[in-house]
Write a protein that binds this ligand. Structure first.
Ligand SMILES: [Fe+2]
Length: 475
């Protein structure tokens, strides 16, 4: 007999039916994802032991970070080939959008010919950042010409603050414009698009723990990917010591402006930007969003393994399962685009929803940190000490484009937050299955993850080694 609310008892559930639950974000009920603010004590303690304590200990590194800032002041040169490589082959390639909107077409009209194909790297969201005195930031758009599959050349950069266009022959203005693009990439990566891999998934994490019985197959699949995440999200969003507070004394807060503007970046990511094809409103994706680069190919290769594994397990869930319907109904109230109880068993909706969750909180999330967290902070600045360029401008010495404490704060943030933290790895995951066919599916899943890892390595596309991929959001 299929289980329902009458045939289960409180002890069948992880938190005896009194677990965490999402609510409209207390900071911004309309503009941000639903948040989970009341957390089980057990989860908070677990997070403090394995992650919070690491933050505290790492603070002792601050004097070394400041010394490194003094020894290596300012920025490094970013050659044109470096610049293209960063856009084309790193997590910044997520910004490559092959659909130019009307504004893009208008700005770049004189560069666009009918015989070529173009893409744009649109970093418009930066315009909401309210910079500190002496520090500058600007929205930018970079026009790319498509030369071959996932291969581009840079045509021009538009800088919003000065409403100016620059090309390679513009000398210092071009050099400065590239730094503003990379600064925009750093800001939009960490505060516009990466948060979409975090916060919308908290509702799924919480509702799964609270409303699905512990022996339910769907619980087993998702629960293995939920540890550490809720306290981490709560710390980022609500702690007075969060780097988003951007206080001057925080030796780990590297952003160029005040907290209100930074928080507004999160809203732009979640709510989207009107008439901008690069920033649609968040809707729970059916599969990973296409990334036009090797980075995207890497992500997709792993996704297919997750999907196959999930398909083999959920085929044993009845197509009218009472708890799955309840689960979907509740989540769909908090996560736009998530299938509700009537939709979840139609087509591949359940398969898509579960595969995307599992892939996102493990591969999708960790690879972003691993890739961005290892970038050279002197090539992808978060703060810039010269105003956005106009034609003919002379760039100040690179060593003065950032101060030693700008660099030190960035180094600290990289160690603490941006680089990936892997406490529990995907390859050691256990789903607590009991039946032989599910245990076999788990073994096959791990074998296939290893195959993808080796394949990526052989093709020089191993953006993160398999053993470094966390099984849940842990950083
Ligand atoms: Fe993250």
């Amino acid at each position: 007999m299929q289980k329902n609310y009458q045939t289960t008892k409180p002890s069948d559930f992880l938190y005896e039916r009194m677990g965490p639950w999402p609510q409209p974000s207390p900071a911004h009920p309309i503009g941000e994802s639903a948040a989970v603010v009341h957390l089980p004590l057990k989860e908070r303690i677990d997070w403090w032991i394995f992650i919070g304590s690491r933050y505290m200990l790492t603070l002792f590194y601050a004097p070394v970070a400041y010394l490194r800032g003094i020894i290596h002041p300012g920025l490094k040169e970013v050659s044109d080939s470096d610049f293209l490589d960063m856009i084309e082959n790193s997590m910044l390639s997520k910004f490559i959008c092959d659909r130019l909107d009307e504004t893009d077409k208008k700005i770049f009209a004189k560069f666009i010919s009918e015989n070529s194909q173009y893409a744009v790297v649109d970093l418009e969201p930066v315009k909401v950042v309210k910079t500190f005195e002496g520090i500058y930031a600007s929205g930018t758009k970079t026009l790319l010409k498509k030369d071959a599959f996932n291969k581009y050349s840079v045509v021009a950069i538009w800088v919003e603050k000065t409403n100016s266009l620059f090309v390679q022959s513009d000398g210092d203005a071009w050099e400065l414009a590239k730094y503003f693009v990379l600064q925009g990439g750093a800001l939009c990566a960490t505060l516009v698009i990466h948060p979409l891999l975090h916060f919308p998934f908290d509702a799924i994490n919480a509702i799964t723990k609270t409303c699905l019985p512990k022996d339910h197959l769907l619980f087993k699949l998702i629960y293995a990917h939920t540890r550490f995440t809720l306290p981490l999200e709560n710390a980022v969003l609500t702690f007075k010591t969060s780097l988003l507070q951007a206080k001057w004394w925080m030796c780990y807060a590297p952003y160029p402006g005040e907290k209100e503007g930074l928080r507004e970046l999160l809203v732009e990511g979640y709510m989207g930007i009107n008439n901008n094809t690069s920033y649609p409103k968040f809707s729970y994706p059916k599969r990973p969003i296409t990334v036009h680069s090797k980075y995207g190919e890497f992500q997709d290769a792993y996704y297919e393994v997750f999907r196959k594994f999930v398909a083999s397990v959920i085929s044993d869930i009845a197509p009218d399962d009472y708890f799955v319907k309840c689960w979907a109904n509740w989540i769909s109230q908090f996560v736009p685009g998530f299938p509700n109880g009537d939709e979840v068993f139609k087509d591949d909706n359940l398969l898509n929803a579960v595969s995307y969750y599992m892939w996102n909180v493990s591969v999708g999330h960790t690879v972003d940190h691993y890739n961005y967290g290892r970038m050279d902070h002197r090539k992808i600045p978060l703060r810039l000490r010269q105003a956005p360029p106009v034609k003919g401008v002379k760039m100040i010495d690179r060593s003065k484009l950032t101060t030693f404490f700008d660099n030190a704060k960035y180094i600290m943030a990289q160690i603490l937050f941006f680089d990936s933290t892997t406490v529990t790895s995907i390859i050691d995951i256990e789903y607590n299955f009991e039946k032989a066919n599910h245990l076999q599916a788990e073994r096959t899943f791990k074998d296939e993850l290893k195959v993808v890892d080796q394949k990526m390595k052989a093709q020089n596309m191993q953006y993160i080694p398999l053993e470094k991929i966390a099984r849940s959001i842990q950083s």
